[in-house]
Ligand binder design. Structure first.
Ligand SMILES: [Zn+2]
Length: 289
């Protein structure tokens, strides 16, 4: 990890960087595991109705994980496999969501990989399962502002979500599980590169939704895991800022437009083509003078 490393955008010859051809679903261990793990958790109220999408070889998006605001708010996560590393991007709003992510990835893991969890920001729907990963020795990476929020929690955030959702404490426990928020292992304050056997992932600081937003760009598969910088089939959540933050948000999306992108994985909604960025910019532009 080189926190001070400046990101250089990859504009290399597209023909050399195309994802490898898709294998059939029947051969994909992660997709097969997803079906059996989902069956095993049955009707757990904290899982949601996750769908696992194979974006490229070793690159997965998981959509429609549980959200306290209901199925239409379902949250996304990502998993990227490298030769000697596995990187998780966000971990859902419940312990069982994180267990689902861990177990489907385990089907393909050798047990010798370096393991990372990147939190795109500190909001409950993206971080509540983090202890599942921390308990397994996974290196947790987040923005320094997110780190400050997570470090001071002491059970407050889970109690807040439980109350806001109109649940009893017992109901909150049964849905969310034994949530423990904690200080990430590594924090960044600006664009950074996570070096993984020559196939780096780029961590881009993209404030707007909240100041601690990170987007994760995989130049190998041309996938952008956008966190809540980008929404699909939902209105972007702008209530955490005002016009100044929305202008910042637009500028960050314009920066993301410069990347060579095949698939955008939004924080909420389905994996989409690059023009999803344009649609999010168009919406935000209606809010600013
Ligand atoms: Zn979210």
């Amino acid at each position: 990890m080189a926190p001070h490393h400046r990101v250089t955008f990859v504009m290399a010859c597209a023909s050399l960087l195309l994802p490898t051809p898709a294998r059939s679903q029947a051969e994909d261990t992660v997709l097969a595991a997803a079906r059996s793990v989902k069956r095993a958790y049955g009707e757990h109220p904290g899982l949601g109705d996750p769908t696992v999408h194979r974006i490229a070889d070793g690159v997965y998006a998981i959509t429609d994980l549980f959200h306290s605001r209901g199925p239409l708010a379902g949250v996304s996560a990502g998993i990227v496999f490298r030769e000697n590393a596995v990187v998780f991007i966000d971990c859902g709003m419940s312990i069982v969501s994180s267990q689902f992510l861990w177990e489907i990835a385990s089907a393909r893991m050798t047990g010798n990989e370096d393991l990372y969890l990147i939190l795109t920001h500190h909001h409950s729907d993206h971080v509540f399962g983090m202890r599942v990963f921390a308990d397994r020795g996974v290196t947790v990476i987040a923005h320094e502002i997110a780190a400050a929020e997570l470090s001071d929690d002491d059970g407050y955030y889970k109690a807040f979500i439980t109350e806001q959702s109109g649940w009893t404490r017992e109901r909150g426990d049964s849905i969310l599980g034994d949530v423990v928020l904690m200080t990430p292992t590594q924090v960044i304050g600006k664009d950074s590169v996570l070096q993984l056997d020559g196939a780096a992932l780029h961590l881009l600081v993209t404030p707007g939704h909240v100041p601690d937003e990170l987007a994760v760009y995989d130049p190998t598969s041309k996938t952008l895991f956008a966190g809540d910088a980008i929404y699909e089939s939902r209105t972007p959540a702008t209530r955490f800022g005002g016009p100044a933050e929305w202008l910042t948000w637009i500028r960050q999306l314009e920066r993301l437009q410069q990347l060579e992108i095949g698939t955008v994985v939004p924080g909420h909604g389905k994996p989409s083509s690059k023009d999803l960025i344009d649609r999010n910019i168009s919406y935000l532009q209606t809010l600013v003078p």
